[in-house]
Design a protein around this ligand. Structure first.
Ligand code: GLN
Length: 535
């Protein structure tokens, strides 16, 4: 019965809740139990708010009994990436510098979840300030991929993808600056959508790179993504880049699930050499299924994509170095007094605090960004990167003159092993080679499972891209492909996942085999205590 609840999609749960077959308290408790049972191994959560989630659930149950007209997702629990501020609940962005901070306000995304009556299970792990592709840059230790606990669940939003893939939450919130919703989805066999830039409010999301950041749904089905997108999307006067227009008709498109007569472009530059054989094979099969479903497929070329990664790693660090300047130990967050200095200046306190509070990857990007923006180099680096950004937008515009959507593999490889790339920044950056162009152009993208790679039996994803504000096209194509793939597999891909996903008793063997877990255990218990004690 309980596993019944945690196995259900959000749409199914919503249905059962509205028919009063289950209560919101039951739905929430089942997921809290699942977290208790498996998160010791997966480590998706940095903070679990059982009391708060159950209080919301009880309130929803009472209101439903009283006959109130509730939101369709009322009572469906959700996990939130720890980058979104949550009033009264710790928010760290995966960083020591914010450890113990309790925000006094909710991000708009969170406020909208609450307004819909969705119990918030807790906050999910992430790379520090969303910099990374594996969660290994989290100050609190990595999360683990439920398909193989020795592998990464993607990043930066690996906590959200791992939680959803291991049935600890039916839904989660992620953010995508260069791929952090889509890449984790691809490597965990889940669905992730990055909406059009400005389609979901950034108010209250701790900023990484403001011109690239976008929050979106992390789910197990395309329909669930559309349901969640409809809750969090739409105009917000608190975000100056918010699009003042209704949410695109994503739900209708997901329900219609139709690609007949659509023109689909395969991006020549995203795929081929450098992409794992099994990733390519599953991608090509998915494209064939779209053809079988009535779409017309053509190849399109986007020559400037070759420079996307380089441009991104100038623009992102530039914006990040500016955004992160606010962590100055004066107003909130960690404050460290420099050792052996009697009467330290404010600058010395800032330096000591930032040195202790930021991890290596964050420092690396602050240095890169400060350099790229410095006078004398600005035009050569930041300026050139902005020009490349324009060329990439033009490539997309030309492509969308010919086709309705573009497709590519989401990532070059399946999930790699924890520890494999953490000391090689460039190898880590290359994971996002196919996802970054969409962020630079502000267009929407979705990743959904395309199958298991033959070499390693691990999930791989296909990415769909659409013109800005045409998010519904992702859902139409995504839902049609999902239906065709599920028919082929005889059910969803996650049903093929190993023991952890089906049976909680098999866990101990996995858990004890992990050398990295010990480290994150200590880190996590510090967080759980809430307060920090350090010199
Ligand atoms: N992995 C990319 C980076 O490190 C993308 C991160 C993100 O989307 N937040 O910047």
């Amino acid at each position: 019965m309980t596993s019944d609840i945690t196995r259900a999609s959000a749409a199914e749960l919503a249905d059962r809740l509205s028919r009063k077959e289950i209560s919101a308290v039951e739905a929430t408790q089942a997921h809290l139990d699942r977290i208790d049972a498996v998160d010791g191994s997966v480590r998706a959560f940095l903070h679990v708010d059982a009391r708060g989630a159950l209080a919301t659930a009880r309130d929803i149950d009472q209101r439903r009994m009283a006959g109130e007209d509730l939101h369709v997702l009322a009572g469906v629990p959700i996990a939130v990436k720890d980058i979104a501020t949550t009033k009264g609940m710790p928010t760290t962005a995966g960083s020591r510098i914010l450890e113990g901070w309790i925000p006094p306000y909710d991000a708009t995304v969170v406020a909208r979840l609450k307004a819909a009556g969705m119990p918030i299970l807790g906050k999910t792990n992430m790379d520090e300030f969303a910099m990374g592709s594996s969660t290994e840059h989290s100050a609190f230790g990595p999360s683990h991929n439920p398909w193989d606990l020795e592998r990464i669940p993607g990043g930066s939003g690996g906590g959200s993808s791992a939680a959803v893939a291991s049935y600890q939450a039916p839904l989660a919130i992620g953010t995508d600056t260069g791929g952090s919703i889509r890449q984790p989805a691809a490597v965990t066999g889940t669905v992730g959508t990055k909406p059009t830039y400005g389609g979901v409010s950034r108010y209250g999301l701790i900023a990484l790179a403001s011109s690239l950041d976008q929050a979106g749904p992390v789910t197990r089905t395309v329909l669930d993504a559309a349901l969640l997108h409809s809750v969090i999307g739409g105009y917000d006067p608190m975000d100056s880049t918010s699009i003042n227009a209704p949410v695109p008709p994503v739900l209708e498109a997901a329900r219609r699930a139709d690609v007949k007569g659509m023109r689909i472009g395969v991006v020549k530059e995203l795929g081929g050499e450098g992409y794992q054989q099994g990733v390519r094979a599953r991608f090509e099969e998915s494209v064939q299924l779209l053809v079988d479903a009535g779409a017309e497929v053509v190849e399109v070329s986007c020559p400037s994509f070759e420079y996307a990664l380089a441009a991104y790693y100038l623009i992102l660090p530039s914006e990040a170095s500016s955004n992160l300047a606010k962590f100055d130990a004066m107003r909130y967050g960690l404050r460290v007094l420099p050792e052996g200095v009697d009467d330290p200046s404010a600058e010395q306190v800032m330096a000591a605090s930032r040195d202790a509070g930021f991890g290596d990857e964050v420092k690396r990007r602050i240095i890169l960004g400060t350099y790229a923006l410095s006078s004398g180099y600005y035009d050569a680096y930041y300026g050139s990167a902005q020009k490349v950004r324009t060329l990439i937008s033009r490539d997309f515009a030309a492509a969308f003159d010919q086709v309705d959507v573009l497709v590519s593999p989401t990532t070059p490889t399946t999930a790699f092993k924890i520890g494999e790339k953490v000391d090689n920044p460039l190898a880590m950056y290359l994971n996002d080679i196919a996802t970054i162009p969409a962020n630079l152009a502000g267009i929407p993208g979705m990743s959904l499972p395309s199958g298991l790679a033959d070499e390693d039996g691990l999930p791989t994803g296909i990415q769909i891209l659409a013109p800005a504000t045409k998010d519904e096209r992702l859902y139409g194509v995504g839902a049609a492909l999902e239906a065709a793939l599920n028919r082929r597999w005889g059910g969803p891909l996650l049903a093929k996942a190993p023991e952890l996903l089906t049976n909680t008793t098999g866990l101990s063997t996995h858990a004890t085999g992990l050398s990295t877990t010990a480290l994150s255990t200590t880190a996590l218990s510090t967080t759980a205590n809430g307060r920090e004690v350090r010199s």
